[in-house]
Design a binder for this molecule. Structure first.
Ligand SMILES: Cc1ncc(COP(=O)(O)O)c(C=O)c1O
Length: 377
């Protein structure tokens, strides 16, 4: 059987990885400034992570959500403490799309309404309601288009106010830093305005922290840069450092009942061990502080590159905007300079999404190699 051919692939076969380095089948070492799309948060094969997973594998890898799993409770406790979100309850699932699917479902159950507000250039996943709330008609099949979503421009107060006046929305879903969209952000004033309007009008505010969460932006969650309190927070990617895991933090004002949400694999023992290891490393190695400090350093270094029109993002969720498209540059950076970088819907944006434990030296190497490649472009 052939593979269903949906991914344009680079001609690289990775066989091992350590820290920020990924190594191919010919022994070439690449620097991973992409993190497999913002997934690698504490570095490839971090020893604590590997040990936690191996130890768990030796005990029990999986059982369904029909028996007690103390690891889930330990994780919820730690996550609440470390994120400062102790007024929430935790539901575990398997991916970012599934986290948003559950968040939107909770909003609809809670309000009895079905319509959603999302923003232009948003990306929330590829499943039913999540893809309907994603601003990309190419990945919305007719079956998804049955969902009712209003897409509004970011930071447009008037459009928001006018749209919610209809009174038929269950949820507003937004990214504090748009990932796939290209690092645009709501202003603090706009995020606070939305939060206040949602509260007044009984609309559920969903913070999609799938890409920006778990420290990537320099705060545990990126909405925390804006002093708002979302009703539901969705998370995945960096949460498991590569182990497929997602989750929703649901404010305590929502009441749970048996069967309301569910999943076979979500919250399994290995997923809990992976996420606990990530939380422990984030804390023990002060990685969120490191993301802030290195984000500032990166922005200073970016000033040295004339061709850069704008530096976007926060923490280690960053990008350099050029006057030209970057897809060729990304290829050359892989093949000639042995560095992985990210792209986005903004074709001129070169994204930088490394593990949160990189050093200044890694950033120096990134800019040296980028300069070298720009000279020949
Ligand atoms: C902000 C955001 N939400 C949701 C998703 C979907 O996550 P997944 O691919 O794990 O379903 C992504 C993936 O890129 C994302 O960036």
């Amino acid at each position: 059987m052939k593979l269903f051919d949906v991914y344009p692939l680079y001609e690289v076969t990775l066989v091992s990885a350590k820290g920020i380095e990924v190594i191919d089948d010919k022994g070439n070492i690449y620097l991973d400034f992409y993190g497999g799309h913002a997934v690698i948060s504490i570095g490839h094969s971090h020893p604590h992570y590997v040990k936690r997973l191996k130890d768990q594998l030796d005990k029990i890898a999986f059982y369904s959500n029909s028996v007690q799993n103390p690891l889930q409770r330990e994780l919820a406790q730690k996550l609440g403490e470390q994120s400062g979100c102790e007024d929430y309850a935790f539901f575990m699932c398997n991916s970012g799309a599934e986290a948003n699917e559950n968040a939107l479902k909770m909003a609809s159950f809670h309000t009895g309404k079905a319509k959603v507000i999302a923003f232009k250039n948003s990306f929330h996943g590829r499943t039913s309601a999540a893809v309907a709330a994603t601003d990309n008609p190419k990945i919305n099949a007719p079956i998804n288009q049955q969902q009712k979503v209003d897409f509004l421009p970011l930071n447009n107060f008037e459009a928001f106010e006018k749209t919610i006046a209809k009174g038929d929305h269950c949820a507003v879903i937004l990214e504090a830093i748009q990932g796939v969209g290209g690092l645009d952000e709501p202003t603090t004033e706009f995020y606070q305005f939305i939060a206040e309007k949602c509260k007044k009008n009984g609309i559920v505010l969903i913070a999609d922290e799938v890409q920006s969460g778990f420290g990537r932006s320099g705060k545990f969650f990126a909405f925390q840069h804006h002093g708002v309190t979302p009703d539901i927070i969705s998370t995945a990617k960096g949460m498991g450092n590569g182990f497929p895991v997602g989750g929703v933090l649901i404010h305590e004002k929502f009441k749970a009942s048996y069967g309301l949400l569910g999943t076979t694999f979500g919250g399994n023992h290995l997923a809990c061990a992976a996420t606990l290891a990530v939380l422990e490393v984030l804390q023990n190695e002060n990685l969120i502080e490191n993301a802030t400090a290195l984000g500032t350093y990166y922005k200073e270094k970016a000033q040295e590159i004339q061709q850069v029109k704008q530096v976007k993002g926060r923490g280690l969720m960053l990008g350099l905007e050029f006057e030209h498209e970057v897809s060729e540059l990304r290829k050359k950076l892989i093949y000639n300079q042995h560095m992985f970088t990210g792209g986005s819907a903004n074709k001129n944006l070169l994204r930088f999404l490394p593990a949160l434990n990189i050093t200044k030296e890694h950033i120096d190497i990134f800019f040296e190699r980028l300069k070298k490649e720009l000279l020949t472009t």
